[in-house]
Design a protein around this ligand. Structure first.
Ligand code: OOG
Ligand code: MG
Length: 262
């Protein structure tokens, strides 16, 4: 760690205030070029602690930058992990208020719900499939707090990987019944298909993203608890949205899920 506790707390408060007020900011590595990976996750942990202290529940985790499309779009090469708070959840078909956000984008993702806890290190696709209860369609809304959505990996990790809202739904399926790699998706904005993909876009097998998350948390003495919701990371590039838009994700054999931006 390169940053002291006071600096970590100050940066966490700043980034969380930007989130809560819908304000953008310059990336934090501009002022702290020496910060390391542990500092970045420590800032994210401090944001999580602030939310829990305020009474929010942590309902799940997310992997991000797990597909080549996303890595290329954002100019980075490693997956990142974040958490999801209760108030990020939007009901199926519900409204997402753009006025609360900075510059939202949407991503088609596979949502996993855990049957049993999963603790790394050493987790692999097999351990994930044994621990997952069911999978369903999910749309993540990301909203980087950084100006013009421009960041480096440490800055985006500290900013809880741009997490802001999500919707899950459609027709959940037991994970044993789904071929996660060939699972096809069509992502529509205002009735027009705008992106297409298959599950294998996520690290060759979407369960690999959950294994990486479990191993990442395991290194920090944490586990994925039973019942947690986990988003796999976007299968395609993220798509910008504005008030008036509606988006729908159709997932092969698993129905569809959507939300509206107001
Ligand atoms: C970082 C978060 C990426 C995903 O699914 O790849 C992410 C970003 O692009 O702002 O959530
Ligand atoms: Mg995402």
């Amino acid at each position: 760690m390169k940053l002291d506790q006071a600096t970590i707390a100050k940066l966490a408060a700043h980034l969380e205030n930007c989130e809560l007020e819908g304000q953008d900011t310059v990336k934090i590595t501009d002022a702290h070029p020496d910060m390391d990976w542990d500092d970045a996750y420590a800032i994210q942990d401090e944001i999580q602690r602030r939310k829990v202290a305020r009474g929010n529940k942590i309902v799940g985790w997310k992997a991000g930058l797990t597909s080549h499309a996303k890595m290329e779009q954002m100019g980075v090469e490693t997956p990142v992990f974040g958490f999801m708070a209760d108030y990020y959840a939007i009901p199926e078909g519900g409204e997402c208020k753009v006025s609360e956000l900075i510059h939202p984008k949407v991503e088609p993702e596979i949502a996993f719900v855990m049957k049993t806890a999963l603790k790394g290190p050493g987790c692999h696709i097999g351990s994930v499939l044994a621990a997952v209860d069911f999978v369903m369609a999910g749309i993540e809304v990301i909203d980087s707090r950084y100006r013009d959505f421009k960041f480096d990996l440490k800055s985006v990790i500290a900013d809880n990987t741009s997490a802001t809202r999500f919707v899950v739904g459609g027709q959940p399926r037991p994970v044993s019944e789904v071929d996660l790699r060939t699972l096809g998706i069509v992502f529509e904005k205002n009735g027009e298909p705008v992106a297409f993909g298959a599950g294998a876009a996520v690290l060759g097998h979407p369960a690999a993203a959950i294994a990486m998350l479990a191993n990442h948390l395991g290194e920090r003495g944490q586990e994925i608890p039973a019942g947690a919701l986990i988003l796999s990371g976007g299968i395609t590039e993220a798509v910008a949205v504005e008030a008036g838009d509606c988006v729908t994700l159709r997932m092969q054999g698993m129905g569809s899920v959507g939300m509206r931006f107001v």
